[in-house]
Ligand binder design. Structure first.
Ligand code: GLY
Ligand code: MN
Ligand code: MN
Length: 433
């Protein structure tokens, strides 16, 4: 709990005096008619509260230098709890979440109007489509109609997102522990997939082998929809249909990660459905693996992901030329970005409470350098689809290899190292099942 108090305190220290910050939770989303998708909390709200119920909202109010935390959440309700499950309620929230005041979410509009009359500045997640936009609009309209009944300038909001997202970019040691666990569990899921894979299985069956292992290891959630893409499907970057049958002789690419206490793992491995790489598959695989290992060795403070990727692009392009998959002039292949036919995505991304995590990564002109405490993925790939203009023998092969890395003072720690990626290790694991 001290972790959450500390985060609220750090943000509150930066708030202007006589101000209020609003942090909305997520609402449940309908899946069909009256049944919902499994609930996932808003990451910013969770970061500040650790509270995992829908229909809630946190206020931080700073007045004369003092900060008060106020939670709005669902009321205890015997009938609703019999039908739908436990609710924390207001009284228990005070101690459990270390909050100063708690009110039922049904009173939000009335209470917000009261709080508004005492503050001059409002922090809000501007343009984020927050679940409270309608409620806030209604409160502000009422305030505007009562001329000057409030102090706040209702046309001027401050956005808390840049600061909270900057905080989220640097993982505390508590968060690093959770991310290690997310990485370990994710890795075990991939190991199981390699052990269980057989020609004739369906992609969704292999998906559930991965996700079953996540559950066996202590988490039921995936950090994103798992990708299990065999053969040419691997050339579709965000393929999630997972509904084809695994063919003997094809590769299968699995991009899947467990979510552990809100934190994402994100691993990709590519391996042969029948347990043995063909010579072409092996040649391309070695190239991607060389690039990935090379990129990992560069990850340390003071270098940007874009700078590392520029080196990877060169290495990848040289490899394609060495294999005679492409011919011509290497320099123009790189300069004119022709490699993007085969490697069309970035090298990786920040990862944390969101798989594609928040945080300012700078611009192409001024890319942001890595710093200790950041966590990134490194995930180069090569995709040679059926319609590529190359020799037939290379077609229908998509390969990506992805790991999650904590940037440390002197280098990095690989959080997802427990799943093999060399050809020898993968083949050995698949033979022994
Ligand atoms: N799983 C999505 C990604 O690797 O970015
Ligand atoms: Mn991934
Ligand atoms: Mn990724």
């Amino acid at each position: 709990m001290t972790e959450f108090i500390k985060r609220r305190q750090i943000f509150a220290n930066s708030m202007l005096d006589n101000s209020m910050a609003i942090f909305p939770a997520n609402k449940e989303l309908m899946r069909s008619n009256d049944t919902e998708f499994r609930f996932r909390q808003n990451s910013d709200f969770y970061y500040l509260t650790g509270f995992n119920e829908p229909d809630a909202c946190l206020l931080l109010i700073k007045k004369d230098g003092l900060v008060k935390s106020v939670l709005f959440n669902r009321k205890k309700d015997k009938t609703a709890e019999i039908w739908h499950g436990y609710r924390l309620g207001q009284e228990a929230a005070l101690a459990e979440l270390a909050i100063d005041q708690a009110f039922p979410i049904d009173d939000l509009e009335i209470k917000l109007s009261e709080f508004f009359t005492n503050v001059e500045h409002l922090y809000y997640p501007v343009l984020s489509g927050a679940s409270l936009d309608h409620c806030l609009q209604s409160v502000l309209n009422k305030l505007r109609s009562k001329t000057r009944s409030g102090l706040i300038d209702t046309n001027q909001f401050l956005n808390w997102q840049p600061q909270i997202h900057e905080m989220r970019l640097f993982k505390s040691s508590y968060e690093q522990e959770l991310m290690r666990k997310a990485g370990e569990i994710s890795a075990l899921g991939h190991v199981r997939a390699m052990q269980q894979c057989q020609p004739g299985m369906w992609e969704y069956q292999l998906q559930l082998e991965v996700e079953y292992e996540f559950a066996r290891q202590g988490t039921r959630d995936v950090a994103y929809n798992s990708i299990v893409a065999s053969g040419n499907n691997a050339c579709i970057l965000h393929y999630t249909e997972n509904d084809k049958q695994l063919q003997d002789g094809d590769l299968v690419l699995i991009d899947a990660g467990a979510e552990y206490q809100g934190y994402a793992g994100d691993i990709t491995r590519t391996f042969p459905v029948n347990g043995r790489f063909s010579p072409q598959q092996a040649a391309l695989y070695e190239l991607v693996l060389d690039c990935q290992l090379f990129a990992i060795a560069q990850v340390k403070p003071n270098i940007s992901m874009l700078a590392i990727n520029a080196l990877v692009v060169r290495k990848m392009s040289e490899g394609l030329f060495n294999l005679s998959i492409v011919k011509g002039d290497l320099e123009s292949f790189i300069k004119e970005e022709k490699y993007k036919v085969f490697y069309m995505h970035g090298l990786g991304h920040f990862i944390g409470l969101d798989v594609h995590d928040v945080g300012n990564s700078g611009s192409v002109a001024e890319p942001r350098a890595l710093e200790a405490g950041m966590v990134v993925t490194i995930e180069p790939g090569l995709y040679i689809s059926h319609d590529a203009d190359v020799d037939e023998c290379w077609k229908g092969i998509g390969i990506r290899i992805e790991d999650d890395l904590l940037v440390t003072e002197n280098g990095n720690e690989i959080l997802t190292a427990a799943v093999p990626k060399s050809i020898q290790e993968i083949e050995a694991l698949m033979q022994h099942g």
